[in-house]
Design a protein around this ligand. Structure first.
Ligand SMILES: C[S@@+](CC[C@H](N)C(=O)[O-])C[C@H]1O[C@@H](n2cnc3c(N)ncnc32)[C@H](O)[C@@H]1O
Length: 382
């Protein structure tokens, strides 16, 4: 059965859920919107499409559920390299009483021959390339691929990559500071998936693998470098690398303390996969778990001796310290009495104040022009 959605009827139906969307984790201190004009642009492209309920729709990069909520109940799979976005989508579908959608990571198998692909253009070119290389072999000759982004976030080479990886691509009119592109497969053999970046870790024999989208994937982060030069000494049985990225902090800690058990946690599936490859490739005998999660949700209280953390200072495109704050609060809960949280951050972010509030004090371990390494000890229970 072919379904044709009438423009006038569909626009309100497809967008009325937007005002109900919440960001995730809910943050009472901010009133930031959970969707933007790129989502609206993609929803409009749905209106002009003839949809077959039997054939899959693929959504790439939905952040908080703007696209998933509009498509709930149809044959839709939603891919995102973010555990937090997956939670956000589930949260918003539940709040609005909508059917769940299939949530996939970039590394899962995606549906074959989607009739329609709606993608948000990721800021990171490596993520876009990953999406496009994986998408091309799945496309049918009649698959329609829409990508949209906010003007300020669209990588310069996005349009060229769409043409190169998929085929003929049209740039649509700009609308509310967003832009969309529509592509079809050229039917040619797909380009291979670019290999993860791999580089030697300075001062070691280790090689670090970095999948697409991973933080500081081209070289060692300068904040991480300062923490690595000042790693904790002592006896640690259970160590958590919170926001592990490629796992460099846990890896270097494990090179000194190979007997400890490590948990490497990140919300990015590709970061977790990189961390796993790096531990397995460099220190294969170390006991380690690799976990995609939102901070330390669900971790056992009072169970860890040490948490290492180089916290993020933005969520999606928005600069915020609420994730860092959540990480510190979670670390406090998960540390046993006497356990330590070591963090590195930009000096101007004022993490001392936050840590002192939570732990009742913190020490400066090292500083340079830009960064500061801080240590906080959990002296009380709960
Ligand atoms: C500044 S990077 C640090 C990466 C790595 N530890 C390093 O030092 O190079 C922060 C990391 O936190 C992760 N992150 C962001 N939000 C998160 C969340 N809610 N839960 C877990 N990890 C998160 C990001 O994906 C990113 O890998």
């Amino acid at each position: 059965m072919q379904l044709y959605i009438c423009w006038k009827l569909a626009v309100p139906a497809l967008t009325h859920h937007l005002s109900l969307l919440e960001r995730y984790p809910p943050n009472p201190q901010d009133d930031l919107q959970a969707w933007d004009s790129a989502d609206e642009y993609l929803l409009q492209s749905l209106v002009a499409s003839q949809l077959d309920p039997q054939r899959p729709i693929l959504v790439l990069g939905d952040q908080f559920g703007a696209l998933s909520c509009a498509l709930a109940g149809s044959h839709v799979s939603v891919v995102n390299d973010s555990y937090v976005s997956h939670k956000a989508i589930e949260h918003n579908l539940n709040r609005q009483g909508l059917a769940q959608v299939q949530l996939l990571s970039p590394l899962d198998d995606w549906p074959q021959q989607p009739q329609l692909v709606l993608g948000r253009l990721p800021k990171q070119l490596s993520m876009l390339e990953f999406y496009l290389a994986k998408l091309k072999p799945l496309l049918a000759p009649d698959s329609l691929v829409f990508f949209a982004g906010r003007d300020r976030d669209i990588p310069e080479r996005a349009e060229a990559l769409l043409s190169r990886y998929l085929g003929p691509t049209d740039r649509l009119l700009g609308w509310k500071k967003a832009r969309a592109f529509v592509s079809r497969s050229d039917g040619k053999a797909p380009l291979p998936q670019p290999a993860p970046l791999s580089w030697p870790l300075e001062g070691t024999d280790y090689q670090l693998v970095n999948h697409a989208n991973v933080f500081s994937r081209q070289s060692l982060d300068i904040g991480a470098r300062l923490l690595l030069a000042n790693l904790p000494q002592g006896r640690f049985d259970r160590v958590i690398d919170l926001g592990c990225g490629n796992g460099v902090l846990a890896l270097m800690m494990a090179s000194q303390y190979p007997e400890a058990r490590y948990q490497l946690v990140d919300e990015s599936y590709l970061a977790v996969a990189s961390a796993k490859a790096n531990m397995a490739g460099n220190l294969p005998t170390v006991a380690a778990d690799f976990i995609a999660n939102n901070c330390l949700d669900g971790f056992e209280r009072a169970s860890a001796d040490l948490v290492l953390c180089n916290p993020p200072f933005h969520q999606q495109q928005v600069v915020t310290d609420h994730i860092a704050w959540q990480m510190f609060k979670d670390a406090f809960k998960v540390l046993r009495q006497g356990g330590q949280l070591w963090i590195v951050g930009n000096r101007h972010l004022g993490y001392q104040i936050k840590l002192s509030k939570l732990f009742g004090g913190c020490q400066v371990v090292a500083t340079d022009r830009k960064f500061i390494v801080l240590k906080a000890i959990k002296r009380r229970t709960s």
